[in-house]
Design a protein. Structure first.
Ligand code: PLP
Length: 366
């Protein structure tokens, strides 16, 4: 059968590495194949080649789509009628979109008042049933896992192994584009599924000889929600980067394994550093990402530009890298997901009468 342009999503691109068969109906929105954008200003700062894997350009504007196409396709294969997830926002947006595509009901359980506006709108428009609980993400995930045991819903959180299978394809794409794995991969860590998936992807391509090196994995958390950094779960995680506001990561063991096996590290940055990095990335590199997505950038700025560099546990990793290293940062979600948090940077526009002269005057006076 001839492939039409619209169905070149991650399943069709990497079918032989994914748990799908002829019997699996492919539910895809043409996710994946996101750009690996060279970042000249960061590269200069770090004296290496820095690339941004811009996952904000997926169909629902976060990397969650890579795993969701596999999870929902498998749910369809097993004739599921409804899917269920807990979410800090992006999982629900993605689940709702793919469930809509598959004609399934989607129920999402969210921490009340802690979901970015863009993500909330997505869940509603894609037609999900939205339940807000008086609790945090960890509470929501606990409830979802209990409800999942009843058997009438398929849980599509990253505890669903098909999610991580799909997400590992980002590592495949990076290897294909660079011709090798990077020396270092830095990404945000919340529930820790993505760092687990990337490491799996890098390992799989290494094992079949499609790359000859493995990267060091560096996972970055927000300082108010840094259980992996501290090595212990947290009861009251707090950060404005809502996508990583998680105290009890479900993929704890996978994340610790990735960091140990790759001789990597967990590190953390503060909310102030996150906000500064968000503005910096948009204004210096032209890439607008949501707060959780810029924690790797915040870490680089801290290590290479701040007096506080000695506070960074991962600093020593940089001194062990080869000269002019290749470093990839995953930019996990689009900035327009959460314009409210970035709105601190807004000021009133300059005011002018509707004439060329008046406009020129205010521009020159600014
Ligand atoms: C889900 C998400 C994360 C965290 O990924 P985990 O797999 O939970 O560690 C980070 N950033 C964004 C934008 C996300 O949506």
């Amino acid at each position: 059968m001839q492939k039409i342009r619209g169905d070149f999503g991650v399943i069709n691109r990497y079918r032989e590495y994914l748990p799908v068969s002829e019997a699996t109906p492919i539910i895809s929105l043409s996710e994946g194949s996101t750009p690996l954008i060279h970042a000249p200003t960061l590269s200069e700062m770090v004296q290496g080649n820095i690339y941004l894997k811009y996952e904000g350009l997926n169909p629902t504007c976060s990397f969650k789509d890579r795993g969701m196409t596999v999870a929902i396709s498998k749910a369809a294969e097993h004739s599921a009628k409804a899917v269920l997830c807990a979410s800090t926002g992006n999982t629900s947006a993605s689940a709702a979109a793919y469930a809509a595509r598959a004609g399934m009901q989607c129920v999402v359980i969210l921490p009340a008042g802690r979901i970015a506006g863009g993500k909330m709108v997505q869940a509603y428009l894609y037609g999900a049933t939205v339940v807000a609980i008086k609790g945090n993400f960890d509470d929501a995930l606990r409830i979802v896992q209990k409800l999942g045991e009843r058997g009438d819903f398929v849980v599509v959180n990253s505890t669903n192994p098909y999610r991580l299978e799909g997400q590992k394809t980002a590592a495949f794409e990076i290897i294909e584009e660079l011709g090798k794995a990077p020396d270092l991969h830095i990404l945000p860590v919340g529930n820790a599924g993505n760092i687990t998936a990337y490491w799996k992807g890098y390992r799989e391509f290494y094992d079949v000889g499609r790359s000859y090196n493995l990267p060091i994995m560096l996972g970055v958390q927000a300082s108010g929600a840094a259980p992996l950094y501290h090595g212990a779960p947290m009861d009251h995680p707090e950060t404005l980067a809502t996508a990583i506001r998680i105290g009890q990561p479900a993929s704890w063991n996978g994340a610790v394994g990735a960091v140990k096996e790759s001789l990597g590290e967990f590190d953390m940055v503060t909310d102030e550093e996150i906000l500064a990095a968000q503005k910096w990335l948009a204004s210096k590199e032209g890439v607008f990402a949501e707060p959780a997505s810029v924690v790797p950038v915040a870490l680089l700025l801290k290590i290479f530009q701040s007096e506080d560099h000695h506070l960074c546990r991962s600093k020593t990793i940089f001194s062990k890298l080869p000269l002019h290293p290749t470093i990839v940062l995953t930019i996990t979600g689009h900035g327009l997901k959460d314009p409210e948090t970035a709105s601190h940077t807004l000021s009133e526009p300059l005011q002018a009468e509707a004439t060329e002269e008046a406009v020129l005057n205010v521009i020159q006076g600014s």
